[in-house]
Design a protein around this ligand. Structure first.
Ligand code: FMN
Length: 434
């Protein structure tokens, strides 16, 4: 029986030091292991020193700094002990092996420890400090772990190509969406992008109009161009609208949608298909229309150190008045949709906020100009101002789009990629003719 220990692309002296100790080898021997293979990275000094005999208690020990072909060890291993890097953990779990993850507190970012904690809470792996590793092996608990649901018999290289969609990272289409939208905005004077949103009207005919994407649930203040910030992330796209607009009734009736945009400066077309779920003000009789299960649609963000630092500060501020996203012990998260709706409203300029206080869109315009304030704070009468403010908040509807297909045509590159959500929520990508 083989134990494979891997520290990834850096070193991890504490872990490498521990697995070379006699006590640890004795624990392995007691559990029936006969071979220990250690990928020790830059911790070569620590690996070399304690190995005085190549075999102790009947356990043979081998080591190397790096290998381009870890699969051969992963596939043979009966137990994998790895640093708590997301890539190493998922590679081992996908291979269907019992995993003990050892956090390297010097290197780990909060997002890695979050993933590790969630996987441990779901009993897909064990977490151990280096000092407790021998006891963790002795306990034999690695034999009682819950099989990882995405364990897959295919070669690991093939699976890793899809990693971004199965794990806590943004799917490829979302990264492309944000990148293209921001590239286009940078070349224009526009402050926000627009898309044509199509619905099916109440007579069954197509209806299309311009709307502005507000970014993704979990991203800071739902701004497409702020999507690099925030501790949480999702692939749920958002729009907002007035509760009395035609599209609201249409979406309550049939929630199939398409949204499309042409970004002329960068020559890219993006078309998203999916289902709309509406978030109303709690006073609205349609309040309960949100039927999207958000638990696994939001995940901790993969950020650079700098972004993580910013995200932590932001999270600290958010905590003062209740955060929008709460991790659940058994994986997934619960989100406070009303908080997100409120924040999205507050993030608009006073001019746009005022639109939501106006009478129903599409109805004959009244001659009474006071019904159409340009900015609510400019209304002199305090009571009147509060009435308009309450109305605007009540009329503000956030639309969550559960995207199931994204078709991106890049005419500069002459490429067209169709991203399709699979039933297990991972994404496939097809290169097709433009
Ligand atoms: C550039 C632009 C951006 C717009 N953004 C939005 C938006 O984000 N949400 C919205 O409800 N309407 C937006 N509108 C107005 C809609 O296009 C539409 O006229 C209005 O919402 C009524 O549509 P409906 O009767 O089909 O529901 C925008 C219009 C333009 C021209």
């Amino acid at each position: 029986m083989l134990v494979y220990v891997t520290v990834g692309s850096t070193g991890f002296d504490a872990l490498v030091g521990v697995v070379c100790r006699k006590e640890f080898l004795r624990s392995l021997a007691d559990r029936g292991f006969r071979r220990l293979v250690v990928q020790y990275g830059s911790s070569d000094d620590v690996f070399d020193l304690p190995i005085t005999a190549p075999e102790l208690f009947g356990v043979s020990v081998e080591g190397f700094d790096y290998t381009r072909w870890p699969q051969q060890y992963i596939e043979q291993a009966d137990l994998i002990i790895c640093h708590a890097g997301t890539g190493s953990i998922l590679e081992a779990l996908h291979a269907g092996k019992p995993v003990i993850a050892v956090p390297n507190h010097e290197l780990m970012d909060s997002h890695q420890s979050e993933i590790c904690r969630e996987l441990a809470a779901a009993e897909y792996l064990l977490v151990s400090e280096p000092g407790q590793l021998a006891d963790t092996v002795d306990s034999g608990k690695y034999l009682e772990l819950v099989p990882y649901p995405h364990a897959d018999p295919r070669p690991i290289g093939e699976i890793l190509d899809e990693e971004s969609s199965r794990t806590n990272r943004d799917p490829e289409w979302k990264k492309a969406f944000v990148k293209y939208m921001n590239a286009e905005l940078a070349l224009t004077n526009e402050r926000f992008p627009v898309m044509g949103l199509s619905t099916v009207d109440l007579e069954g005919r197509p209806a299309v109009r311009m709307v502005s994407p507000r970014g993704f649930v979990g991203d800071s203040f739902l701004k497409v161009n702020a999507s690099d910030h925030g501790q949480w992330s999702s692939d749920v796209l958002t729009f907002c609208t007035h509760a009395k607009s035609n599209k609201v009734q249409e979406l309550v009736n049939t929630n199939d949608i398409q949204a499309i945009c042409w970004l002329p400066n960068i020559k890219v077309q993006i078309r998203c298909s999916g289902h709309a779920h509406l978030l109303f003000h709690p006073d609205n009789p349609n309040y309960s229309t949100l039927s999207l299960d958000m638990r696994h649609r939001v995940w901790p963000r993969d950020g650079t150190k700098e972004q993580d630092r910013e995200a932590k500060e932001e999270q600290r501020e958010i905590k003062q008045f209740g955060g929008p996203v709460k991790p659940l012990v058994n994986g997934g998260v619960e989100i406070d949709t009303e908080y997100i709706r409120e924040q999205a409203y507050l993030n608009h300029s006073p001019v746009i906020q005022a639109w939501y206080s106006w009478p129903a869109p599409g109805k004959i315009r009244s001659a009474d100009a006071s019904l159409y304030p340009m900015e609510i704070p400019k209304i002199k009468d305090k009571e009147e101002s509060e009435k308009f403010e309450a109305n605007a908040r009540r009329n503000y509807v956030l639309i969550f789009i559960d995207v199931n297909q994204v078709d991106i045509v890049d005419l500069n590159e002459n490429t067209r990629r169709i991203h399709t959500r699979r039933s297990d929520t991972s994404w496939s990508v097809a290169n097709v003719n433009p």
